[in-house]
Write a protein that binds this ligand. Structure first.
Ligand SMILES: [Zn+2]
Length: 504
C-alpha cells in the first residue's frame, strides 16, 4: 500500500471508532491452532517461468499453505482451513449495482473439522451451497458463512456457494485518511465497482479465508455489459462475448493472499506495453478520465528494470495497473490498483512524478509482499519496510531527494507515529498501515545497507526473494536469513527497530 497520507482531521474520530471494533474483534477470536504440516517448497507453485504465453493449469498443491490465526485480526481467517483454489464465476450489473454468481473453492482441512466457516459479507443473499457436490444449509456467525462439513485432517473437498447482493465495504481499522469508504468492494456513482482490501475485505465480494497466511490460486470470470470491462489480479486469459455480455477471464497461478486480490469493473481502455525480458504489461484507464496519467504509466518498464537490477527478476509472468476512483494505491498481485484521485484532489498536486514514485513503491511490493508474503499482520513491516526503502533508493538515484533528506523525513515520521500506532513489530490493530510500519523498518534496512555495503545488501535482498518465493515469512526467518547471509549478527539491531517504543 502507498505510504499513508498525513491528514490530521479525519484521523482522531476514526481512531475512536476502530478502537471499539478492535476490542470486539479480539473478544470474538476463534482459536484453532493446527499443527504445521506440509509446506509448499519454493518453486512448486511456479507454472510460468518465462514472460508471455497463457498460464498453464496449476498443480494440485500450488495453493498449499499453512494458515495461522492472525494475532492482530483473529476474527478474520480460519486456520483450520487452507483454501487451495478460488474459482469465481461472477456477473456485475451496473444498473442494479448487484454482484451475483458462484464461488467454487477447493479446500483442505488443516485439522479435523465438522464445518466450513469462511469470511463472507452478510450483504449477500446465499442462493445455494454445496460441499463435495451435496446440498447443505448455510448459516451465519459473525463475519462468517458456515456450512456443515465433516473433514479429516488433510482431507480435501469442494465448497460451492451461489449468491447475489450489493457489495458493502467494511471499516478500515486505521487512522489513515485515504480509506474514507472503508475496505473492500464498493460501487462508484456511475455503477462501477472496485476494491482495495488490505488487511481484509475479500469477504465483501467472495467467501474467503481472509488472512495473509492462506494463499491460493485464482480463476476469476466476470460477466459485464457490452462496453464494460472487468479487471482482476493475475493474467487476462480471454474475453468471450455472449448475449449476457462480455466475460473477462483472469487466472493467477502463483499463490495470492486475499489482501492482494483485486477486482475493478467499469468502462476501461486497455493499453499494452512490454517490460524487461518481454514481460507483458497492461494498463487499464477509465475511458475518458485517466488519459493524463498515461505518461507516468508508460514509465512502468523502466521502473521494473530498475527494480530487477537490484532485487532480481520480476516474480510474475505479467504486470499491470488498473485505475480506480480511490485516494490510495495498492500492490495487488500482477495488477496494481491505483487510485486516480490520489494525484489530483487530495494531499498532493496533480504530479506525474508522484504517480511514478508511487508506482515504483507498488511494483517493489511485487517482490516484497506479493511474492514473499508475511505470515501474519505483525509482519507488515516486511512489506512496507522494503517498499519504502526501494522508493527511497529510487528517488535518491533519480536525484529527487537525498539520502540525508530521507533519513530526516523518516525519523520525524517514525517518531510521530510509533508512540501512537505502536512499534513496527507489534503494531496496534486499530492503527493498521500507519507510518510506524513504513519508516522505522526502512531506516533499519538503511542501517543494515550502510553496514554491509551495496554488493552484500542487494545480494541479500535478491536471495531473500529467490529463496522465499511464494512463501510466507516472519521476523525470526528474516533475522536468521540476514545473519546467515551477511555472516554478522544483526539480531539486536533488527529487534531494536521493531520493538522500541520510541525511534532508536
Ligand atoms: Zn506499500
Amino acid at each position: 500500500m502507498r505510504e499513508p497520507p498525513t491528514v490530521a482531521g479525519v484521523t482522531l474520530v476514526r481512531r475512536a471508532i476502530h478502537a471499539a471494533i478492535a476490542v470486539a474483534v479480539i473478544a470474538a477470536s476463534a482459536g484453532c491452532t493446527p499443527v504445521p504440516q506440509l509446506a509448499r517448497t519454493p518453486g512448486t507453485a511456479k507454472t510460468s517461468a518465462a514472460p508471455g504465453g497463457l498460464p498453464g493449469e496449476p498443480g494440485p498443491d500450488a495453493g498449499l499453505s499453512m494458515p495461522v490465526a492472525d494475532p492482530l485480526y483473529p476474527n478474520y481467517g480460519n486456520p483450520c482451513l487452507d483454501v487451495l483454489r478460488y474459482q469465481l464465476n461472477l456477473a456485475w450489473s451496473p444498473q442494479q449495482r448487484e454482484l451475483s454468481g458462484t464461488a467454487s473453492l477447493t479446500i483442505r482441512a488443516t485439522k479435523a473439522v465438522n464445518e466450513i466457516s469462511l469470511d463472507f459479507s452478510d450483504a449477500y443473499t446465499v442462493d445455494s451451497a454445496t460441499v463435495g457436490g451435496a446440498s447443505v444449509r448455510s448459516s451465519r456467525r459473525g463475519n462468517d458463512v458456515v456450512v456443515p462439513a465433516t473433514l479429516a485432517r488433510d482431507a480435501r473437498t469442494t465448497f460451492v456457494l451461489t449468491y447475489h447482493g450489493t457489495p458493502r465495504p467494511v471499516p478500515m481499522p486505521s487512522g489513515r485518511g485515504d480509506f474514507p469508504e472503508g475496505l473492500g468492494l464498493r460501487t462508484a456513482p456511475g455503477g462501477e465497482a472496485w476494491t482495495m482490501q488490505e488487511p481484509y475485505g475479500a469477504l465483501t465480494w467472495y467467501p474467503a479465508n481472509d488472512q495473509p497466511s492462506d494463499e491460493a490460486i485464482y480463476d476469476i470470470s466476470v460477466t459485464v455489459p457490452k462496453g464494460w470491462a472487468a479487471v482482476a489480479h493475475g493474467q487476462l486469459v480471454g474475453v468471450e462475448s455472449s448475449e449476457a455480455g462480455d466475460t473477462y477471464r483472469w487466472r493467477a497461478v502463483d499463490p495470492v493472499a486475499s489482501y492482494l486480490a483485486t477486482l475493478a469493473v467499469g468502462q476501461y481502455t486497455k493499453l499494452t506495453d512490454s517490460g524487461p525480458r518481454g514481460l507483458p504489461i497492461t494498463y487499464w484507464l477509465r475511458t475518458g478520465k485517466d488519459d493524463y496519467v498515461e505518461p507516468a504509466l508508460r514509465k512502468t518498464p523502466a521502473l521494473l528494470a530498475w527494480l530487477e537490477e537490484r532485487f532480481g527478476p520480476y516474480p510474475f509472468p505479467t504486470a499491470g495497473v488498473v485505475l480506480v476512483d480511490s485516494l490510495s494505491a495498492m500492490e495487488t498481485q500482477q495488477m496494481v490498483t491505483y487510485g486516480a484521485r490520489l494525484g489530483t484532489q487530495y494531499d498532493f498536486p496533480a504530479d506525474l512524478d508522484l504517480v511514478e514514485e508511487i508506482l515504483l513503491h507498488e511494483f517493489a511490493h511485487q517482490w516484497f509482499g506479493d511474492s514473499v508474503t508475511p505470515k501474519d499482520w505483525r509482519g507488515m513491516w516486511l512489506n512496507e519496510g522494503f517498499a519504502m526503502y526501494a522508493q527511497w533508493l529510487w528517488s535518491v538515484d533519480k536525484g529527487r531527494n537525498t539520502d540525508a533528506g530521507w533519513v530526516s523525513r523518516a525519523r520525524k515520521s517514525d517518531a510521530e507515529s510509533r508512540p501512537v500506532a505502536g512499534p513496527p513489530g507489534n503494531p496496534h490493530p486499530d492503527h493498521f498501515g500507519e507510518h510506524n510500519v513504513y519508516m522505522g523498518p526502512a531506516l533499519m534496512l538503511h542501517e543494515i545497507h550502510r553496514a554491509v555495503g551495496d554488493a552484500a545488501f542487494f545480494a541479500m535482498a535478491r536471495d531473500w526473494v529467490q529463496t522465499q518465493r511464494n512463501q510466507q515469512v516472519d521476523r525470526a526467518g528474516f533475522i536468521a536469513f540476514v545473519n546467515r547471509h551477511t555472516g554478522r549478527d544483526f539480531t539486536a539491531l533488527i529487534n531494536r527497530w521493531l520493538d522500541s517504543p520510541t525511534t532508536p
